[in-house]
Design a protein around this ligand. Structure first.
Ligand code: HEM
Ligand code: HEM
Ligand SMILES: Nc1nc2c(c(=O)[nH]1)N[C@H]1C(S)=C(S)[C@@H](COP(=O)(O)O)O[C@H]1N2
Ligand SMILES: [Mo]
Length: 342
């Protein structure tokens, strides 16, 4: 670096790129549920996170110098602590398995600390602004950035190799980063709610499923009606929770297309007794299953009984439990928060 310029500026800018990359790829890791897309996303995510660690020695020099200046450091320090917690928890999850204390897992801590760090990161970067300069697109800088990317990728490969050779649990995670729990044994599968939902009590005698198609006409089905339908199918599908576990079970139920036909446009809203709702592209009526059974037995209340959605290839938060309404609506499926809010 040239004397008189702020040394460390490019390190800080590289960190900013990596932080944004981590955040975006982390959210994408929750958004996609199929190989090979999931694999690409989690590799990019892990490498970007390790890239931050690669730059840590340089950043330590910058931070030390900053800390010697007479001004407020709280934002920077809180940010550093939250990020360190997130990184440690993320690495712990990916290396040592689904670490769990009560209902809190390392992956939950990882994501929560990362989300909590965001306002501090924004404030830190806004207070310690780094300007881009013409020289920042030089050949040398591009080569350095490529070098950093290569070292980050190597660090990821090294972690992968270590878990494999040392036979650590990390070697057995799925492409989404999740660990297998209770496949073929529904009672061994965790009961998981996204945020605030509680397992509701549903009386089978009064339970009705309301199904309304594009013509707006509604059908009211009892649990018995659903179970007795002759188009019931058995299908093996993987429930992969963003909490970091997955299980493959045989689900039994009817396809949405059987109840709704194939809607020509719009989207399908699947609503729970608890208010929890997800919206799907109309064409998925052909694959989405309204299940009443898992592993040959009726769904337990915890796992969504009497009726839950099975959404093959989608992450767990799409698998709406305790479904009481399915409806075709004119709005497109992306008109919803990317993640549930309850
Ligand atoms: C890995 C993420 C980062 C961590 C953990 C971190 C942490 C810190 C800490 C603890 C300090 C010293 C206290 C302070 O001056 O506030 C500091 C200083 C600083 N940070 Fe960061 N920071 C990170 C990323 C960034 C980014 C993305 C930028 C800007 C793009 C940035 C720009 C600066 C600047 C300019 C200083 C002051 C250096 C000086 O005064 O000589 N930092 N950082
Ligand atoms: C600044 C923010 C973040 C950083 C620095 C970060 C960093 C990391 C690191 C280093 C790992 C371990 C990767 C490995 O060793 O294989 C990891 C794993 C993971 N992170 Fe993040 N992360 C961040 C935010 C997020 C967010 C916001 C989400 C989700 C919304 C997320 C989801 C995940 C998942 C699912 C894994 C497991 C992937 C696997 O095991 O291959 N992360 N993260
Ligand atoms: N109504 C409702 N359905 C829900 C949730 C919820 O909180 N409320 N959580 C989702 C999440 S995050 C997952 S991983 C699966 C978990 O299903 P399980 O409890 O049968 O394992 O249900 C999904 N369906
Ligand atoms: Mo989940």
């Amino acid at each position: 670096m040239v004397a008189g310029r702020r040394p460390g500026r490019r390190t800080n800018i590289a960190l900013l790129v990596l932080l944004v990359g981590c955040f975006v790829s982390g959210c994408a890791a929750f958004g996609v549920g199929r190989a090979p897309e999931s694999r690409l996303v989690t590799i990019a995510h892990g490498a970007a996170g390790l890239g931050i660690l690669v730059l840590a020695p340089w950043k330590t020099v910058i931070a030390r110098r900053g800390l010697r200046r007479p001004r407020g450091h709280t934002v920077g320090i809180v940010f550093a602590v939250a990020l360190a917690v997130s990184l440690l928890a993320g690495l712990a999850h990916s290396t040592f398995g689904r670490l769990e204390v009560g209902t809190v897992t390392a992956l939950t801590v990882h994501v929560a600390a990362a989300v909590a760090a965001v306002p501090f990161a924004v404030s830190h970067v806004a207070r310690r602004r780094q300007r881009l300069r013409p020289g920042d697109v030089s050949r040398r800088v591009v080569l350095r950035a490529a070098g950093l990317g290569a070292v980050a990728a190597l660090a990821y490969a090294a972690q992968d190799a270590i878990t494999l050779v040392a036979d650590l649990p990390g070697a057995r995670r799925r492409e989404t980063g999740s660990y297998q729990v209770g496949s073929g044994r529904p009672a061994g599968m965790p009961v998981t709610q996204w945020f605030t939902n509680r397992v509701p009590r549903i009386d089978l005698a009064t339970y009705r499923l309301e199904v309304s198609g594009s013509d707006g006409r509604a059908l009211h089905l009892t649990h018995g009606d659903l179970v007795a339908m002759d188009s019931v199918v058995d299908e093996s599908a993987v429930l992969d929770c963003t909490g970091g576990w997955w299980a493959e079970q045989v689900w039994r139920g009817v396809r949405l297309a059987t109840l709704l036909g194939m809607p020509q446009q719009g989207s399908i809203t699947v609503h729970s007794v608890t208010g929890y709702t997800r919206r799907f592209p109309a064409e998925e009526a052909a694959v989405l299953l309204l299940a009443t059974h898992v592993g040959g037995a009726p769904l337990s209340p915890g796992h969504g009984g009497p009726v839950r959605l099975v959404a093959p290839g989608r992450r767990g938060f799409w698998w709406v439990k305790w479904v009481d309404q399915v409806s075709v609506e004119p709005s497109p499926s992306w008109v919803q928060p990317p993640f549930p809010l309850q």
